[in-house]
Design a protein around this ligand. Structure first.
Ligand code: BG6
Length: 300
């Protein structure tokens, strides 16, 4: 691990700080404090479980019922989904990246107060089904939260096909009051309706029941207007062709053992990735870079 702190002319109190802690379930985690915000990252899954700006409520939803157990997914925050999205016959849902303890490769305290953490997915038995690859994840914390997932095909002769997704759970005041914009005119796969293809016709998506939709070819910014928490969340992205919107609603919430029965009211997932028809195939030596910036503004 390399630690770089270019502290020239920067007072120590202006630099972001990183503290290594035993998190819930005694899983190792990093607590990051910057002049504008705090964040928490578990090494298991390279999982950002929280980002909170000073004087604002938490941006991310984290279930009170989440497990914090080695090898099991954390419910909430930002699970890193890779190398496949959704179910896979004979294999677990959403890939294995979220179940592995990632390596901490680099910590950077930027003179402006930002903190950047680089994590790498270690080799594992499951990876032997694929050509050699590396997966790096850079999390930058400042006024906003920027997430960069870089996948490189290290093989000399084989293409590497995969899906990736940053499965972000947002904390909202009341899911029935929010309005999600940025999806109008796009076609989507309605998983709840049996994978039927539909078109988003309204300016804003409102949630009044179970929603589980994949919007392929969705490259633009998505905004979540939240009147109850008086804020607008922006999801800006590059290198992500798909958006997934998910809320389990009542019946599915009850079926999920690591999710509270009423917690569906306080969350929505707006996920940025490359899934289904947008799955990526990298030639030997090729690299993909998905960058997602999450920010919020308080509404007066
Ligand atoms: C979403 C899927 O991305 O993840 C849903 O679209 C799924 O179908 C949800 O239920 C949660 O998945 P998991 O594996 O974390 O329970």
């Amino acid at each position: 691990m390399t630690t770089s702190a270019s502290a020239v002319k920067t007072k120590p109190e202006d630099l972001g700080r990183v503290t290594f802690l035993d998190g819930q379930g005694e899983l190792p985690m990093l607590e990051i404090t910057t002049p504008w915000s705090t964040a928490e990252i578990y090494l298991q899954g390279a999982h950002v479980t929280q980002f909170k700006k000073k004087d604002e409520s938490p941006l991310l939803f984290l279930s009170q019922c989440s497990r914090f157990v080695e090898g099991q997914p954390i419910r909430g925050g930002i699970p890193v989904i890779f190398p496949w999205f959704g179910p896979r016959e004979g294999l677990g849902q959403h890939g294995y990246a979220r179940l592995k303890a990632w390596d901490l490769k680099e910590l950077t305290q930027v003179p402006d107060g930002s903190v950047s953490v680089r994590l790498g997915l270690p080799g594992c038995p499951e990876a032997s089904a694929y050509p050699a690859y590396t997966a790096d994840y850079i999390v930058t914390v400042n006024q906003s939260l920027t997430l960069q997932l870089i996948i490189t095909n290290q093989s000399r002769d084989a293409a590497f096909s995969f899906e990736d997704c940053l499965h972000t759970y947002f904390d909202v005041g009341d899911v029935t009051a929010i309005a999600i914009s940025g999806l109008k005119g796009l076609s989507y796969i309605d998983t709840v309706a049996g994978f039927v293809e539909k078109t988003e016709t309204s300016d804003t998506l409102r949630i009044a029941g179970e929603v589980d939709r994949i919007y392929p070819n969705s490259t633009g910014t998505v905004a979540i207007f939240d009147p109850r928490l008086s804020r607008k969340i922006l999801v800006e992205k590059q290198g992500s062709a798909s958006t997934v919107v998910w809320n389990p609603w009542i019946a599915k919430a009850r079926r999920m053992s690591d999710f509270g029965d009423e917690e569906y009211e306080r969350m929505v997932c707006v996920e940025s990735g490359n899934v289904a028809s947008n799955g990526i195939s990298l030639p030997p030596g090729g690299s993909s870079n998905m960058t997602v910036k999450l920010s919020s503004v308080t509404l007066k």
